[in-house]
Design a protein around this ligand. Structure first.
Ligand SMILES: Nc1nc2c(ncn2[C@@H]2O[C@H](COP(=O)(O)OP(=O)(O)OP(=O)(O)O)[C@@H](O)[C@H]2O)c(=O)[nH]1
Ligand SMILES: [Mg+2]
Length: 744
């Protein structure tokens, strides 16, 4: 599916044609306008965008994602940059004109925070979606500042990334919803309706519900459920990077949900920004006709604030309110038939279980009795309100609004994401929930102290309820005791979950090497997905019983400067990759970049592939992957035995070509880390049918003859034999009791 899109990417380059981005000075700020001079309806002068005065933003964050990501903007300075030619941008001045932001002013911003009459306001609910690091959270900051939702003090940096892990890594991992009040000053003179019926919004106060989504592929579940609550999506594209893999995925998700797309080109302040090329990519790759009214990309800089209020304006103009809630009328939002979709929930220490809902029909008030379609349980609404960004209680939530509900729920499991709430007195059809996710990577999580298992399990269950894309199963291991086996959507997801578990619950934990789900076909035709190596048949067990072993594959796209092509090809070959395509897509910089598409086994990339890729490309390579079915493979279970006892937590499934190398390397490593005992310890690696590697850890040996001077040799021998006997006894006792250090 990716191939035609990548072809289109190349085409874009061929058909590259310059469009004009005009910068017009305006009262409080400037106006940016895309004046397309291509074939088709002229849009010059159609979209007029008011821009708030540039505010100095703190410099780009230092933290970078540790696992696969596109080269971040911080890498860009290393590439020579190509600027949009001076001729392609016409800079002119025009008479000052009141912009949306200037018209609001501080008094109206204060009024905007008044939520007493908010339920009559017309609403627009939208998600901000994009590829990772294209500037969604920074844009959310500016939108919140412009609407007076947060103070405009120059210190706001990705304020919606509240989790410690988000701030440390500089990425969004959880969607956040915020309600803003926006004063719209009415359509401009050059306004052209985006709708066939000529729909034009009226000037006035609007309620905008913003949902900032994560960009990394591992958190696509967050994006998908956030989009379910929306009418439109702001598709942000970094004007220096162009349309990238996740831009396509999230765009398709939004299209599937039939949302209005508002394309935004961000980072226009950077010299490498090439809005012409990006706009063309949007056309060629995403099929957005940027010449049509309502589909023109908005050129902004979320960092400086330039052009950001054009986004607010576009949200009101390019999206229609849900039917029945126009013009501040209450009829369409009174009920009956109240239905609310639960799209997030969390546990608040003081308030208890909080459900974030999007009201699809009717209204709900404090004291109402509601029922969960999922469990059939009834609750009383104790309080409700909106996030702006703090929790603000209100009297009622009506159709089209997004807000929180606190009912007398005892347990997080009662606030199921994807559930529908309705009034207990009414019968309704449940809203469409969310399809369950399929984990791509599994890992075992064990407590360091085995007695802490119940505490750890509770912590895992709580976090997993907050992140429904994680699957949890109990697991026990001879060496590590009781633990849980968790399924994640990717490696970053696993790493973030581990960190959240440690941060939020203060547990020191042990995570086993990630593994992937394999498919075993038994002779009776039964197919079984095995994600835990303990349950995978070894060579001796499978004889005559297993007809087919398959492993999950991915289609990976590596993009890097051309000079690293050789190293990356070698790396992919070492990881059993099969090359499918090589292309040279256009870049914003003067450095030629190469894009290689590979089919790789998932198991090969869940270990050290990303680290190697980053180091062999000096950090410039980016890697994206998507599932690509299963493929028959000669798989082997490598089992380790310490003093003839199976160390089940170390069992690992791998391709037969790698088994000997790994068996030798791992037995050597185990020999280094296992402390010497009073008795000899054997370390063996086996495939079930034969031992393929062995190391022996020699015993401590006290010199029992040290104190004996002279005398007959038999006297010494007697002591030595006694020692031998003792060691034999110890060895017998010590089997299975060798302590494996866990921290290495
Ligand atoms: N120069 C410049 N940098 C920007 C702009 N917008 C965002 N950035 C920087 O780009 C980086 C990523 O910004 P974020 O807002 O966190 O990006 P994001 O899309 O929310 O990232 P994820 O949520 O992890 O996908 C940060 O260092 C921002 O400071 C912009 O308009 N100009
Ligand atoms: Mg973000």
């Amino acid at each position: 599916m990716l191939a035609p899109l990548l072809d289109a990417l190349r085409l874009t380059h061929a058909r590259h044609c310059k469009r004009r981005w005009e910068l017009l000075e305006l009262g409080s700020g400037a106006m940016l306008r895309s004046a397309c001079r291509r074939a088709g309806p002229s849009v010059a002068g159609r979209s007029s965008v008011a821009i708030a005065g540039p505010s100095a933003r703190p410099s780009a964050r230092a933290a970078d994602v540790s696992v696969p990501s596109q080269p971040s903007s911080s890498h860009l300075h290393r590439f020579p940059t190509t600027r949009i030619s001076a001729q392609s941008r016409r800079i002119s001045t025009s008479a000052p004109r009141a912009s949306a932001s200037s018209s609001s002013g501080s008094a109206s911003k204060a009024a905007a925070r008044d939520f007493s009459q908010f339920d009559r306001l017309e609403t627009r609910t939208f998600s901000i979606i994009s590829h990772v690091d294209h500037g969604k959270s920074t844009l959310a900051d500016r939108l919140l500042e412009l609407t007076g939702t947060i103070p405009q003090d120059g210190s706001n940096q990705q304020v919606l990334d509240k989790l410690k892990v988000e701030r440390e890594r500089g990425i969004t991992v959880k969607s956040q919803a915020v309600t803003m009040v926006y004063d719209y000053d009415g359509p401009r003179d050059d306004f052209i309706s985006a709708f066939d019926d000529g729909f034009a919004p009226k000037p006035g106060r609007y309620l905008l519900n913003l949902i900032d989504c994560p960009g990394h592929v591992d958190f696509s579940y967050e994006v998908s459920r956030s989009l379910s609550a929306c009418q439109s999506a702001l598709l942000v594209v970094d004007a220096t990077q162009g349309v990238q893999a996740q831009s396509i995925t999230v765009f398709e998700l939004a299209k599937q949900k039939d949302l209005a797309i508002v394309p935004v080109l961000n980072k226009s302040d950077l010299p490498a920004a090439d809005p012409d090329r990006c706009a063309l990519q949007m056309e060629e790759i995403l099929g957005i006709d940027t010449t049509l009214p309502g589909q023109e990309p908005l050129l902004i800089s979320a960092k400086t604030g330039r052009g950001v209020d054009s986004v607010l304006r576009a949200l009101v103009e390019r999206t229609k309110p849900p039917p029945g809630v126009e013009d501040g009328k209450l009829e369409g939002r009174e009920g009956p038939g109240f239905r609310a979709l639960v799209f997030d929930s969390w546990y608040d220490q003081y308030k208890g279980v909080v459900s974030l809902v999007s009201i699809a029909d009717g209204a709900v008030k404090k004291g109402d009795r509601i029922t969960s379609c999922h469990t059939g349980k009834r609750y009383e609404v104790l309080s409700l309100g909106v996030n702006s960004p703090e929790m603000i209680p209100t009297d009622v939530l009506r159709k089209g609004q997004v807000g929180w509900i606190i009912a007398n729920m005892k347990d997080m499991s009662e606030a199921q994401i994807g559930d529908t709430f309705h009034l207990s007195s009414e019968k309704v059809e449940p809203l469409e929930g969310f399809a369950p996710t399929v984990p791509m990577v599994y890992a075992g999580i064990f407590p360091i102290e085995t007695t802490d298992f119940l505490k750890l399990e509770e912590a895992i269950q709580r976090l997993a309820l907050n992140d429904r894309s994680v699957t949890v199963q109990r697991e026990s291991s001879m060496a590590l005791g009781q633990g849980c086996r968790l399924g994640f959507l990717g490696l970053l997801h696993l790493d973030v979950f581990r960190q959240r578990l440690e941060d939020e619950y203060g547990h020191a934990i042990l995570v086993t090497a990630p593994s992937v789900p394999y498919k075993v076909t038994w002779r009776d035709g039964r197919e079984e997905i095995v994600s835990n190596p303990i349950h995978f048949p070894d060579d001796s067990e499978r004889k005559g019983k297993v007809t087919l072993l398959e492993e999950p594959m991915v289609r990976g796209v590596v993009r890097c400067p051309e000079e690293y092509t050789g190293e990356i090809m070698q790396l992919c070959a070492e990881h059993r990759g099969e090359q499918l395509d090589v292309s040279f897509p256009p870049t914003a910089s003067a450095i030629r970049s190469v894009q290689m598409t590979y089919r790789l086994p998932l198991s090969e990339i869940v270990t050290d592939f990303f680290d190697k890729l980053k180091s062999c490309s000096s950090g410039f390579a980016s890697f994206e992957y998507s599932e690509d079915g299963y493929q028959a493979s000669d798989l082997v279970k490598l089992i380790f035995l310490i003093s003839n006892t199976v160390l089940d937590s170390l069992s690992i499934i791998m391709h037969r070509s790698k088994v000997l190398y790994n068996a030798r390397a791992w037995t050597k490593k185990l020999k280094d880390i296992i402390p010497r005992q009073q008795f000899e310890v054997s370390i063996q690696a086996t495939t079930g049918s034969k031992v393929i590697a062995r190391e022996t850890l020699s015993a401590y040996r006290k010199d029992v003859t040290a104190g004996l001077y002279g005398g007959h040799y038999e006297r010494k021998l007697k002591h030595l034999n006694k020692q031998k006997e003792g060691k034999k006894r110890l060895k017998a006792l010590g089997v299975g009791r060798v302590q494996i250090p866990t921290e290495k």
